[in-house]
Design a protein around this ligand. Sequence first.
Ligand SMILES: C[S@@+](CC[C@H](N)C(=O)[O-])C[C@H]1O[C@@H](n2cnc3c(N)ncnc32)[C@H](O)[C@@H]1O
Length: 210
Amino acid sequence: MRPEPMDPAVSAVLADYEARAEREQEIWSRRSADENLRRRDEMLLPVGRAAGMLMNLLIKEGEARRILEVGSSYGYSTTWLAEAARTIGGKVISLELQGAKTQYAYTQLERAALADFVEFRVDDALASLRQLPGPFDFVLIDLWKDLYVPVFELLHHKLSPGAIVVADNMLFPEEFRAEARAYRQRVRAAAGMSSVLLAVGNGLEVSRYQ
Ligand SMILES: C[S@@+](CC[C@H](N)C(=O)[O-])C[C@H]1O[C@@H](n2cnc3c(N)ncnc32)[C@H](O)[C@@H]1O
């Protein structure tokens, strides 16, 4: 499938995020692991362009209208999800703990004329998930890595038939390999899930509920 040309307003917002991510990547590589951990809330920590594009295509192809994002950060992945939602008449619910990040994300989505397609919830994602009834057709899990399994436990029974769940950071950063492995084991053991690890971006586990 050939991707459709992107709306210039969306392209401009994505380009700004990607320029910031490139600068942050350089800073990240110079700092110690401890300092990176301490200052992680200053960084976008985005899924990256290949993962963003893949999710955008999956949503459009599958007409996955009820989209959930767990960990919006400053809104890079949200932009890719929202662009797909707009194309197919869907909506994104995006969960994030830090209100300042959500504020930034909202401003960028307004610039891209995508704000109407996203509902942000600022709270602990586990608390938000307990309240959200679902069902969800597409989910991105991309919050702190020790929470992937608890998030999946709350989500599993809220997936629609054919729903896709994408989990980021399965391969990189390497220090999260143990948490990533625990998530993959859990999702692969869950009833009705088929799952594959893709070396796209930071490593994506792409799982389908049937
Ligand atoms: C890796 S970043 C998300 C990057 C984003 N998906 C992107 O591609 O631009 C992880 C985010 O999860 C958020 N987070 C961590 N724990 C959370 C929790 N318990 N509830 C909600 N958000 C949480 C962090 O504040 C951080 O912004």
